[in-house]
Write a protein that binds this ligand. Structure first.
Ligand code: GTP
Ligand code: MG
Length: 340
């Protein structure tokens, strides 16, 4: 666990109690003491579950049987029964449209500095969702990650950022420039960005799983999680045909962790993805995002970034649930990004 120390700096953080209202935690606390009501859960198992972070019916209801088996050493069929009992007790599966609308109202749209790009996304980078930017090198994926890390703090006072950096491209100097452009206190902004270097895909997955601890135990009001790059380690480690299924399974678990965070804590997840050449495409765009359907399906918004004319960048929205496809141009500047 030593590698995680970057994530565990002990600093004082301001915590706004009201924020809990927005992230769906309210129901969870009601159920925290009823783990023992589940079939197969005695004192010892309850302790193991809580020690592994399964401290509420909700956390068990949304877990997979494998996760529970890993955490408790129980058999799979017991784990399955436990999960379905938790689901029954929580009456989950269906939410009224009214409640969903209320949840949607709690969604915050983080502005990027480019109105065109924000408009393309229906107003900005949404909390409660995963937004993926994919594109060739230098297309601006990492720049957008830096911009959002600063702007989320301007928009949501007292918020924190978790930045999982797999390529060693996080630059505090860049945060400094962007903060100055927005007249923000550079020291404060940097203090509220928790950066962790991920050394391989397993480490990356572990870091993502630890974010919940930062929120629950360290009471950080995390409103943005960056994973830059989402796929580079996976791509480098799983080479050859035989390893593809394994890679996709792990990526799927990783996306599931991120999606759960976004949904449970009403936070924005921003991930970047590279493209690869498709040798079999002769017409249209000969590139495709890494990670295939697994990443595509888990991402709520997908933006394809490319370099445009005269140093501009162009973002194109690809398959979104409720927005028309379209394009937005922007430029990268000393203080962030802005409209052309
Ligand atoms: P890969 O990670 O290599 O796949 O690329 P990326 O999509 O993450 O690219 P990134 O976001 O790092 O964009 C790099 C580009 O941003 C550079 O080519 C520069 O053109 C531009 N850039 C970076 N810093 C500055 C700056 O301070 N001022 C200006 N004007 N442009 C900058
Ligand atoms: Mg990059």
């Amino acid at each position: 666990m030593q590698k995680n120390n970057e994530l565990k700096e002990n600093e004082e953080f301001e915590h706004n109690e009201d924020d809990n209202m927005a992230n769906g935690n309210v129901e969870m606390s009601k159920n925290e003491l009823s783990l023992r009501d589940l079939p197969g859960v005695g004192d010892a198992t309850a302790e193991k579950l809580i020690a592994s972070g399964y401290d509420s019916l909700m956390s068990i209801a949304v877990a997979s049987p494998d996760e529970i088996v890993d955490a408790t050493g129980l058999g799979e069929s017991v784990a399955r029964r436990m999960i379905s009992a938790a689901r029954e007790k929580l009456d989950m599966g269906f939410e009224s449209g009214e409640k969903l609308l209320q949840k949607r109202k709690a969604v915050i749209k983080i502005n990027s500095g480019s109105d065109a790009l924000d408009k393309l996304l229906g107003g900005g980078f949404e909390t409660s969702s995963i937004t993926e930017c994919f594109g060739e090198f230098g297309s601006g994926k990492t720049q957008i990650a830096h911009v959002l890390s600063v702007r989320v703090q301007q928009q949501i006072k007292g918020s924190s950022v978790v930045y999982i950096d797999t390529e060693n491209t996080f630059r505090p100097e860049r945060i400094e420039q962007i903060s100055k452009g927005l007249n923000m206190d550079v020291k404060d902004v940097l203090k509220n960005i928790k950066v962790a270097r991920a050394y391989n895909s397993d480490h990356q997955m572990l870091l993502a799983e630890k974010i919940e601890d930062l929120i629950k135990k360290e009471r950080l009001n995390v409103k943005l999680v960056v994973v830059d790059s989402l796929t580079a380690h996976f791509r480098a480690e799983f080479i050859g045909r035989g390893t593809l299924a394994n890679r996709q399974q792990k990526l799927n678990r990783h996306m599931h962790t991120l999606l759960k965070l976004a949904d449970t804590y009403n936070l924005c997840v921003y991930v970047t993805n590279q493209v690869m050449a498709k040798p079999d495409v002769f017409f249209g765009d000969p590139t495709a995002a890494i990670g295939g359907n697994i990443v595509a399906h888990a991402s709520t918004f997908r933006v394809y970034l490319r370099k445009g004319k005269k140093g501009t960048r162009v973002g194109k929205l690809v398959d979104s649930p409720n927005l028309p496809e379209g394009e937005a141009g922007f430029v990268i500047t000393e203080t962030g990004i802005k409209d052309i």
